[in-house]
Design a binder for this molecule. Structure first.
Ligand code: HEM
Length: 136
């Protein structure tokens, strides 16, 4: 059961209900914007890693938006884990923005000002977590 007051959870569920799995839409948008990122996923022949990664990203966003400690810790831990994959911290900003843009496009008119504001807040909080790790 979705917490109706959590518009991040609402938007993720609404997209899944209406459009199914948004994995392809997110990575298509990412690679269109930053073609060099496609090279990072060259070993992921089946797309399984991309799908698994996005599922963990959604869990992280949900936890972050309900003010759990897991989300912020997860972002910090993944910045360190991903260094070995050649992913610099700044790319996390691009990735989270790409998730937001994909959902915004898929939701169309249902991307209302309160939903947009919830995502703006979330992205600002994530940015703080990214910078706290990048500066550490
Ligand atoms: C909070 C943010 C992120 C989380 C939670 C996350 C999580 C994960 C997880 C769980 C995997 C392993 C997937 C698997 O093999 O089953 C993974 C792999 C990977 N992630 Fe992320 N990730 C994040 C951000 C990013 C960003 C911003 C990029 C850059 C575009 C990135 C690039 C990659 C790459 C290149 C792999 C390896 C794919 C492969 O196995 O070929 N990740 N990520």
């Amino acid at each position: 059961m979705t917490d109706e007051t959590n518009l991040i959870a609402w938007s993720l569920e609404e997209v899944a209900d209406r459009h199914g799995d948004p994995t392809a839409a997110v990575y298509d948008r990412l690679f269109a914007k930053s073609p060099e990122m496609a090279e990072l996923f060259i070993g992921d022949k089946t797309g399984a890693a991309r799908g698994e990664m996005l599922a963990v990203v959604f869990q992280t966003l949900l936890d972050f938006s309900s003010e759990g400690a897991f989300g912020a810790n997860m972002v910090r831990a993944e910045i360190i884990n991903h260094e070995g994959l050649g992913v610099p911290p700044g790319v996390f900003t691009t990735f989270f923005a790409t998730v937001m843009e994909t959902l915004r496009e898929l939701l169309g008119d249902d991307w209302t000002p309160p939903v947009a504001a919830a995502w703006d807040d979330l992205l600002a909080g994530l940015e703080t977590a990214i910078h706290s790790e990048a500066a550490a």
